[in-house]
Design a protein around this ligand. Structure first.
Ligand code: BEZ
Length: 179
């Protein structure tokens, strides 16, 4: 992904709570576009291999959640976590994480991830096609900074995590402001 490139135009199928639906499971589909998420905002998008996976659930997502105010102080309007998982899975994961600050984006079909050039096979784990771990600062839909874990490959034996951590991204944001 090149800095300066616009993120792909994609429609995401989310599930939102709507009491008007009634019954024991009051959720309905809501389509959200790339423009809904990215237009007119400076955001951090981080992408990971799967909801409920250990590093993502124990470190990456909760750490972004905790550090939200520090991102705000560096001029970030929103934190988005995307994964090649459907809306039901992403919502269930979000519930276990008590999220207030990070918004989850379900890329169930992998279309956004594929168009970002970040789709990899994880058949070695029985996952199918998933996202390589990366993060980006996206300003009004345009990639401003890029944080990709090393070793982009199909069926990777390891799961590198560091470059796309919230701590590393914050450090970069602070360095840029200080420079
Ligand atoms: C993890 O987040 O720890 C993880 C991610 C993908 C596969 C296995 C583990």
């Amino acid at each position: 992904m090149l800095i300066g490139r616009k993120v792909p135009d994609v429609t995401f199928r989310t599930r939102v709570r709507d009491e008007a639906v009634g019954g024991p499971n009051p959720f309905r589909w809501q389509e959200m576009t790339s423009s809904d998420y990215f237009a007119g905002k400076r955001v951090v998008l981080f992408s990971l291999p799967g909801a409920f996976t250990p590093t993502c659930s124990t470190f990456q997502l909760p750490d972004f959640e905790k550090l939200y105010s520090e991102f705000q102080a560096e001029g970030i309007d929103a934190l988005y976590c995307i994964s090649v998982n459907d809306a039901f899975v992403m919502n269930a994961w979000g519930k276990t994480q008590n999220l207030e600050n990070v918004q989850l984006i379900p890329d169930g079909s992998g279309e956004f991830t594929r168009k970002m050039g970040m789709l990899v096979a994880k058949d070695n784990l029985g996952f199918g096609m998933r996202s390589w771990r990366y993060a980006a600062i996206i300003n009004d839909g345009v990639v401003e900074q890029w944080f990709e874990e090393e070793g982009f490959s199909d069926n990777c034996d390891s799961d590198p995590y560091g470059v796309s951590s919230p701590q590393n991204i914050l450090e970069n944001l602070r360095r840029k402001i200080a420079a």
